[in-house]
Design a protein around this ligand. Structure first.
Ligand SMILES: NC(=O)c1ccc[n+]([C@@H]2O[C@H](COP(=O)([O-])OP(=O)(O)OC[C@H]3O[C@@H](n4cnc5c(N)ncnc54)[C@H](O)[C@@H]3O)[C@@H](O)[C@H]2O)c1
Length: 389
């Protein structure tokens, strides 16, 4: 196959930016075979840009049209799972926006379907292309900080106003979105946290609902985590802080990796701290270490990079940088965080996902999607979707 056609389902904020990227021919081997949105005016807007492009108001019609070999799902998150499963079952490759879904139970079904189908299943974790996070992962995975002791990520620069929350009818509601900052902004960081440091085994969390905005879901979260080896972690995120911070620090027995202000500082001890603690004849020895500073010259290939990697996986069998099946990991952390907030208890992973579903169902029954409004249309990728420090 020289190339393949992809259909975009949901041409809203990010979907319109994907439309711009793919239709301008930037992605080798991938061309646009159709667009789908429940909003006919939105479809009309894009039809004018590419006259004759197949346009659908029902994604099922696009899936069975035969005009696309893959779909890119950029609808609100609660639909990701349902659409992905139907598309994979119909023999299409699938690239879904993050989060994989809002429920671990659905993500499990998506992963089973993807495996059974043998089709390429990717997820838009565009921040995995950032050289800083790639370097941090290399250091940690290669044993460069020794045994993990502590992780700490404060990522509070996801600032959003009330205007933002009012800009889309589905946003910030249990029924339309399924959650707040944990499901919309933080999935990138939760994914990187586990990608670099591994999965925590248990979670205790405060997920404060409507702390800074008039919304029914959480906009301020503190997660306490414990890893299998006893290491601990904290993950703090918010959409109510200005200017906010984006600072990751990972400590192990052989040193520390810090990422902040667009640079990575790697402090590598010459001797493992555990050995120093036992063998040193001093009471307060200083750290004997090498310090490397890494300041990348670019911010990575971001969304276009994930699209190209997906195209290469479909056409050449290239390994995915962000396999869809890995989307379940960050979702396990966020679902466990909600469960901890709702029960007031520490939650072990894997958690009782049926209990999570029952509790979310209850919240969704009492929740109303605000009417009428749609998100903005973008010509290109917005700065607000890139890694910021
Ligand atoms: N990777 C990133 O950087 C990034 C950035 C923004 C959004 N996202 C993700 O993309 C998704 C969409 O977010 P957004 O901000 O673009 O939202 P949006 O509201 O701007 O766009 C969603 C679009 O989906 C359409 N839609 C709703 N139901 C549909 C259906 N059943 N079939 C077809 N179309 C349907 C809506 O009409 C709208 O045009 C979310 O899951 C979000 O988390 C990812």
């Amino acid at each position: 196959m020289d190339g393949f056609k992809i259909g975009i389902i949901g041409v809203g904020g990010i979907g319109s930016a994907h439309f711009g990227c793919i239709s301008s021919g930037k992605i080798r081997g991938m061309s646009l075979g159709g667009i789908c949105d429940i909003d006919p005016e939105r479809l009309e807007h894009f039809r004018k840009k590419i006259p004759g492009i197949p346009a659908f108001t029902d994604y099922r019609e696009m899936i069975k049209s035969g005009g696309v070999q893959a779909v890119l799902i950029s609808t609100p998150h609660p639909m990701h799972g349902k659409i992905a499963i139907e598309a994979l079952d119909a023999g299409l490759h699938v690239l879904t926006e993050k989060p994989e879904d809002i429920r671990v139970s659905v993500a499990m079904k998506m992963n089973e379907t993807a495996k059974r189908s043998g089709k390429v299943f990717g997820i838009m974790f565009n921040q995995r292309t950032d050289p800083l996070y790639q370097r941090a992962r290399e250091i940690v995975k290669s044993g460069g900080i020794g045994e993990l002791k502590r992780t700490s990520w404060i990522v509070t620069n996801w600032y959003r106003t009330q205007h933002y929350y009012d800009s889309g009818s589905w946003r910030a509601t249990w029924s339309g979105e399924g959650g707040g900052v944990l499901l919309n902004q933080a999935p990138h960081n939760l994914d990187l946290w586990q990608w670099i440091c591994g999965m925590p085994e248990e979670i205790t969390a405060f997920c404060d609902v409507g702390k800074w905005h008039d919304i029914e879901v959480e906009d301020d979260v503190t997660i306490f985590a414990r890893y299998k080896n006893g290491a601990t972690g904290t993950f703090i995120t918010s959409t109510g802080e200005l200017p906010g911070t984006n600072r990751l620090e990972i400590t192990g027995s052989m040193g520390t990796v810090e990422i902040s202000r667009g640079r990575l500082i790697y402090k590598r001890l010459k001797k493992d701290e555990r050995e120093v603690r036992i063998t040193s004849k001093e009471s307060f020895p200083g750290a004997d270490l090498d310090i490397d500073e890494y300041v990348p010259t670019d911010r990575g290939t971001a969304h276009a990079g994930i699209l190209q990697n997906f195209a290469d996986a479909v056409l050449e069998g290239r390994e995915l940088l962000a396999p869809g099946v890995e989307g379940i990991n960050e979702l396990m952390i966020s679902n466990a965080a909600y469960l901890s907030q709702w029960t007031g208890k520490t939650v072990k992973i894997p958690a009782d996902w049926e209990d999570f579903d029952r509790r979310l169902d209850e919240l969704q029954r009492g929740s109303e999607v605000k009417c009428g409004k749609q998100g903005e249309i973008h010509e290109g990728y917005s700065e607000r979707w890139s890694v910021r420090f």
